[in-house]
Ligand binder design. Sequence first.
Ligand SMILES: CC(C)(COP(=O)(O)OP(=O)(O)OC[C@H]1O[C@@H](n2cnc3c(N)ncnc32)[C@H](O)[C@@H]1OP(=O)(O)O)[C@@H](O)C(=O)NCCC(=O)NCCS
Length: 175
Amino acid sequence: MLRGSKVGLRARHQEDIPILEAELYDDVVNASRAEGRPWRPITPGSKDSRAAVDDKEEGHAPFSVVALDGGALVGIASLWDIDTHNRSAHVGLGLLPSARGRGYGTDVVAVLCHYGFAVRSLHRLQIETLSDNVAMLRSAERNGFVREGVLRSSAWVMGEFLDEVLLGLLVEDWK
Ligand SMILES: CC(C)(COP(=O)(O)OP(=O)(O)OC[C@H]1O[C@@H](n2cnc3c(N)ncnc32)[C@H](O)[C@@H]1OP(=O)(O)O)[C@@H](O)C(=O)NCCC(=O)NCCS
């Protein structure tokens, strides 16, 4: 397990899946805001569950996030689209509603940076988030990510196009 100051990042366990399905993926608004694809109902236990993991997918490092204090599951985190030629990857995370606003998100980003830069020898990490997602923007900026641009009207979310902010962090700027 990878450890931060408040959270641990470990492999997905089978018992995590129903909790993640119920608290993250069955929330249509949250799922529509956090994922770049349309929400659709998935049968519990299906191999197509959004919470299920394919260990053979080399370009994706999916984690479950647990609180170090007590070990409870608090969310998901990943490096995705890992590109070993350009040595870059995208950062993704989502916390259960009860776990938000306690500093876990900021710590998850810190642990993913450690994983990306120190464990995987990447050069660049990137985050795209909706421009009104203040908690995600702050979690990224607290870890040194800088705003590189606005992707205008790039995300279709619940009936409207919203802007996304693109943030990046290079290994040489990582503290
Ligand atoms: C985005 C998310 C991961 C952030 O994690 P978090 O644990 O809630 O954030 P933190 O508690 O670490 O707070 C980070 C900063 O945002 C601020 N913040 C937290 N929640 C906020 C809110 N609802 N409104 C405004 N600011 C907020 C905190 O005060 C903190 O600011 P500071 O660094 O100046 O002190 C989490 O809220 C979440 O999972 N949201 C839903 C899914 C999602 O949006 N995922 C990202 C998709 S790109």
